[in-house]
Design a protein around this ligand. Structure first.
Ligand code: F6R
Length: 606
């Protein structure tokens, strides 16, 4: 939610900011802006619309010899999408950009109004700039220190003071920031992808610390003025991993990344044919000592957990629940010291998922997170973390992150079943043997791209669509439906196939597409009946089945089969098909697949 970048150094700062904003645009694309020192003056160029519109506006203004500046791409929360509400915002000596929400901004604005000071925009961010400015008497650090005591909510700020050319100040609480000093200067941003052109070494800005960036160095100090040395991290992937690599969209590229992402996530955790989480530093006692398991996350990550729950309950025979993180935290959940919360998150920054972790820790439970972004807040705040290795996921719609999240949860289930004796070594070995070959089978599924594209053309003009499935297929239907909705804007619903007749079947009429997932042998006959029910009401059925499921005449319009595998692994082979359907339906409708309207990739607000 909002991407921010700051740079000071020997390079052309405008170029650095615009490149960075293009990399960060997945975080929000309602408006964009930059501010920079042009000699002793601070200039701001901002606009509603995408980074390209900003770049065109910047080009017309021709700023030259700029070496220090800040840039922002916005996902609007407080204040509509307009030039005026775009960041950066200026109040007196202070110009800043912000990612997050200042929750008490109304109260602060009322205080300012009492002194006859009014904002020009409708944003909470401008109020923050006014608060910092009100404390500014020539010492930026002191002003920031005093101001943050007044602010509640989440924030990452990059701040320039008009009389401090060449220096950027920064502080964060809740919202992400990473920074790096390299040979040509210092750079700070919401996400490592924006730093990658300059350095692979970076640090996560510690919360509630003031960071000062100059061409020569970056310093970090706590609010008491004690300097600290943050731990340096290194990214193993290179800049090409965050580029389209010849694909027309990131989403398509990331669908194709899945075999490698799965391999990278699974293989380092297999030793002698058995799951092994020792390199993750996760002790067996975490699993043996718990009697209640809660899986909590949002959106796609939560759908991955639905599959994870099924696998855990199947193998472990202990109750596992899946909780929508935004609901969980307000549900006064029952948590004790025998509760294990497993949080799944691609970004590691999702505000609701993070809040669930904090709540469980407060109540004495243990926390394990499955996270893609190294050093992210969720990773750091959880007791233990298992990193997925999907590489950077840039398209707003999550694809490869989902597959590796499912794989990671399966791995945990296998390991847990083994150490608790719920499965014998031979049983686990057999599961792992098939599991490690999944990436090859996913590649095979991907080779059917063109066939799936052809079928997706049937969806382009429809208004409503239904996904149905049972068991694991129902869990996967939820993800298929979400993917289609978010990128193609076609309304769709995922239904447990047996539930349809309890109301929703009234929506099935002539040619309404129904995508029926039927890979699970134990419920296949039931699925066939459910498919017949919708067929007889005119539905156009696209059936996704296992390699050897019998086909009955007239059961469906189209059938796609996945390669041979045990039923429990079918979702991992099936998901690329659902992703292709969503992708090609969206492309067919002429939409911006990588940046669907109203969305942002990293949801750092509640
Ligand atoms: C959908 C999607 C979202 C995210 C959700 C959680 O394609 O990407 O539903 O899955 O916002 O995000 P993370 O995984 O970053 O916590």
């Amino acid at each position: 939610m909002c991407g921010i970048i700051g740079f000071t150094g020997r390079l052309d700062a405008v170029d650095v900011l615009l490149h960075g904003l293009a990399e960060l645009e997945y975080r929000g694309y309602d408006s964009a802006g930059i501010a920079f020192f042009d000699g002793p003056a601070v200039d701001t160029i901002k606009t509603a619309g995408k980074v390209q519109i900003l770049a065109d506006k910047v080009e017309r203004n021709h700023p030259k010899n700029i070496h220090c500046g800040i840039g922002h791409t916005r996902w609007a929360t407080h204040g509509g999408v307009s030039d005026l509400n775009s960041h950066p915002h200026t109040a007196g000596q202070v110009t800043l950009i912000h990612n997050g929400i200042i929750e008490n901004y109304m109260h602060l604005a009322a205080g300012m109004a009492a002194e006859g000071i009014y904002p020009v925009s409708q944003t909470d961010t401008e109020i923050a700039a006014m608060v910092i400015n009100s404390f500014y008497e020539g010492d930026p650090i002191e002003a920031i220190r005093k101001a943050v005591k007044k602010l509640t909510g989440a924030y990452a700020f990059c701040i320039m003071f008009a009389d401090r050319p060449g220096t950027i100040y920064s502080i964060r609480n809740g919202s992400p920031l990473v920074a790096s000093h390299f040979k040509d200067g210092s750079v700070i941003a919401s996400d490592m992808v924006a730093l990658l052109r300059y350095s692979k070494d970076y640090f996560v800005v510690p919360e509630n610390h003031i960071v000062v960036l100059t061409e020569e160095a970056i310093t970090v100090e706590d609010l008491e003025g004690n300097q600290i040395r943050p731990e340096m991290l290194h990214v193993s992937w290179d800049v090409s991993a965050a580029q389209k690599g010849g694909f027309p969209h990131f989403m398509l590229k990331e669908i194709y990344d899945q075999p490698e992402a799965l391999r990278n996530t699974i293989m380092p955790r297999i030793t002698d044919g058995m799951p092994d989480l020792t390199q993750d530093g996760i002790p067996d006692e975490l699993f043996t000592g718990c009697s209640r398991v809660i899986l909590s996350a949002c959106g796609t990550a939560m759908h991955a957990e639905m599959l994870g729950r099924n696998m855990m309950e199947r193998l472990l025979r202990i109750p596992v629940s899946v909780e929508i993180a935004s609901e969980f935290r307000y549900s006064n959940p029952i948590v004790d010291d025998k509760t294990l919360l497993i949080t799944v998150s691609q970004s590691g920054e999702t505000a609701d998922s993070l809040a669930a972790i904090r709540l469980v820790k407060e109540r004495g439970g243990k926390t394990l997170s499955v996270v893609n972004v190294k050093g992210s807040t969720i990773a750091r705040e959880s007791d233990y973390v298992l990193y997925t290795h999907a590489g950077p996921e840039i398209a707003v719609a999550s694809t490869k992150a989902y597959s590796v999240q499912v794989a990671a949860l399966y791995l945990i289930a296998f390991h847990w079943a083994r150490i608790t004796g719920k499965c014998t070594d031979d049983q686990v070995r057999a599961l792992v043997e098939e599991f490690i070959h999944l990436p090859e089978h996913v590649s095979e599924v991907l080779s059917h791209d063109a066939d799936i594209k052809a079928i997706s053309q049937k969806l382009i003009d429809c208004h409503d669509l239904f996904f149905i499935g049972r068991g694991l297929d129902y869990a996967l239907s939820c993800e298929g439906s979400l993917k289609l909705k978010e990128v193609s804007y076609i309304h769709s619903e995922a239904y447990a196939a047996g539930e349809l007749k309890h109301g929703t079947i009234s929506l099935i009429s002539d040619n309404v597409p129904v995508i029926a997932l039927a890979t699970q042998k134990d419920v296949y006959a039931k699925m066939v009946s459910n498919i017949r029910e919708v067929r007889s009401r005119g539905a156009m059925v696209i059936m996704l089945t296992g390699y050897d499921m019998p086909t009955e005449y007239g059961l469906c319009e189209h059938q796609i089969r996945i390669p041979k595998c045990s039923d429990i692994f079918a979702p991992i082979l099936m998901v690329p098909i659902l992703q292709f359907l969503a992708y090609y339906a969206a492309v067919g409708r002429g939409l911006n697949v990588d940046q669907p309207r109203n969305l942002a990739k990293s949801v750092t607000v509640e």
